[in-house]
Design a protein around this ligand. Structure first.
Ligand code: 5GP
Length: 359
């Protein structure tokens, strides 16, 4: 299969961080602008943005820089629109986009206004049809309009987008609870779940357990970044919590592996991210092969397409080459991801139909 096949194939993205998926060109433009205003020194940050190989530690330094560049309402709206349009352009038909609600007093930003700016970005998507479950639109009517467009020969792409709100491991329990409450309020605007992410060497995941339990009790779905560093006690604790998915799962020792496999928790696999950050030594050594052989539920994801200069199509191409998989297997892998999504039944049904048509 050539690259064009992976681009044209319908795909589902379940692990993409908003601020990690920003185009380099946008980051450079924002950095230039802040440089002209004297807020940063452009020449100090240009090479940081364009650098390709980064350790896990450097990645988190880069996120601190990206957050300086992106955290005002208009920019959050702009990057959301661009990120969705970029995924749609490579035929991602369902995107579960995650982001950490941020407070920035200097910009008059609260966690709520941050999420509202993200939703404004979804509203602003115009290059493709988008379904992000906004509270003020009748969805059946919207489906009908899109069908109408298709039957009138208007072959616009369509993407379903749902949001996860992330808790950063640097936060307090109170801040995490604020995020969960916000997610509950924003359910009518397509927020479907909670993610725990941030530097895995910082903080203790148990700090957030109460917030995660509360999220689950209230019907939100939960995914955790798990096993990016070899902290076996944390890994066991996370698995025992039985999240609905986990991200990465790189540094699991044998008993944790066995637990994960017997619990059948779907894994969000991020090949390029794991290799670039040296979490896994090479693609051949990646646990994808083991999980695939066992038919363990899993899905290919980008993690941070901007930071790691990748795309979902590239991740499919890398997996197909490294693990010797053909077109049929790659299509099935993409299709399986629909079952691990946190979308509502209506969307799952629509996506399955879409894959049937594309087969
Ligand atoms: P944001 O939530 O600001 O939209 O996206 C960037 C944030 O996502 C980072 O600051 C970090 O908290 C989280 N993130 C992005 N990539 C990774 C990753 O590979 N591992 C972990 N643990 N967190 C990540």
């Amino acid at each position: 299969m050539d690259m064009e096949c992976y681009v044209s194939m319908p795909k589902v993205e379940l692990h993409a961080h908003l601020n990690g998926s920003v185009r380099d060109s946008t980051l450079l433009e924002l950095a230039k602008d802040l440089g002209e205003k004297g807020i940063i020194v452009f020449s100090d940050v240009e090479h940081v943005i364009l650098k390709n190989d980064r350790s896990l530690v450097e990645v988190f330094k880069l996120f601190d820089l990206i957050h300086i560049l992106t955290t005002d309402h208009n920019t959050v709206t702009r990057i959301t629109k661009e990120v969705v349009e970029d995924f749609a352009a490579e035929n991602v038909v369902y995107l579960e986009l995650r982001t950490t609600p941020k407070r920035n007093e200097l910009k008059g930003m609260t966690k709520r206004s941050y999420v509202e700016a993200v939703i404004e970005g979804l509203r602003g998507v115009c290059a493709v049809d988008i379904d992000f479950a906004p509270a003020d639109i009748e969805l059946e009517k919207w489906d009908a309009t899109c069908m109408n467009n298709a039957s009138n020969g208007l072959t616009r792409k369509k993407i379903y987008v749902r949001l996860l709100l992330s808790i950063d491991r640097r936060e307090t329990l109170e801040a995490a609870l604020e995020t969960v409450k916000l997610a509950l309020e924003m359910r009518g605007n397509g927020v479907v779940g909670i993610d725990l992410s941030g530097n895995p060497r910082v903080g203790d995941w148990k700090t957030f357990l109460l917030a995660l339990v509360f999220a689950r009790e209230q019907g939100l779905r939960v995914t955790l970044h798990c096993g990016e560093v070899p902290n076996q006690e944390e890994i066991h604790g996370m698995l025992d919590f039985h999240p609905e998915r986990i991200g990465h799962a790189c540094c699991l020792e044998e008993d944790a592996w066995n637990k994960l496999k017997s619990m059948k928790i779907p894994v969000e696999i991020c090949l390029t991210s794991n290799i670039r950050t040296n979490t896994i030594s090479s693609v051949d050594a990646h646990h994808f092969a083991d999980l695939y052989k066992l038919k363990h539920p899993m899905t290919l994801c980008t993690d941070d397409s901007g930071v790691f200069s990748t795309s979902l199509s590239k991740e499919y191409a890398i997996a197909a080459t490294a693990f010797n998989l053909g077109k049929k297997e790659m299509f099935q892998l993409a299709r399986n991801a629909v079952d691990f999504s946190f979308a509502e039944e209506r969307v799952v049904k629509q996506l399955k139909k879409l894959f049937d048509i594309a087969e």
